[in-house]
Design a protein around this ligand. Sequence first.
Ligand SMILES: [Zn+2]
Length: 99
Amino acid sequence: MTKPHEEIMVPSHMDGTGVRWQLMCPGCGTQNVENANYAPDHEVISVQPDRDEYDSPIGTRGGYVSVDLECDAGHSFALVVGNHKGAEFVGVVPRGGQG
Ligand SMILES: [Zn+2]
């Protein structure tokens, strides 16, 4: 399901300094992306501490934040931000075996 980030992250105007992108569904490219099952934020966002293991959903070592999302066509995926000893990663992976 996953496409290169250039196809799922599009620039989004932001005033002031910094950069921002809008995440699109990696399955169909729509910008209509919601929390999985329309659940509240505290149910779709998880923070995992650094256990020095390679157990993040994007295969990185250390702690990570994961956000469970889905598009209006039902593609289910997670946005993951991983961190370990000075290396930062951002990735999108399918959830629940659906793609
Ligand atoms: Zn989709």
